[in-house]
Ligand binder design. Structure first.
Ligand code: SF4
Length: 73
């Protein structure tokens, strides 16, 4: 059994920019889902890896995803 990768990043979706292409949900399906309004929503507790958040942000045609680094507490 391998330990889960430590998460150092999180993501935010700007709903003023998101147009519901679902690209992020295809690139990182454990991190993003579309809600009933076809707006992407970040699943903070999903089983995603940090690299997938950046991939999704890079693939978003509207640059609606911002990846943030979690500050150590
Ligand atoms: S890829 Fe961007 S525009 Fe498309 S659903 Fe995700 S956040 Fe919205």
């Amino acid at each position: 059994m391998t330990a889960a990768a430590k998460k150092e990043l999180r993501a935010e979706v700007c709903h003023d920019l998101c147009v519901g292409t679902a690209t992020c949900t295809q690139v990182a399906p454990k991190a993003f889902v579309l809600d009933q309004n076809r707006q992407a929503v970040f699943n903070e507790n999903g089983d995603w890896e940090d690299v997938q958040l950046q991939e999704a942000a890079d693939c978003c045609p509207m640059s609606a995803i911002t990846v943030l680094r979690i500050l150590p507490s």
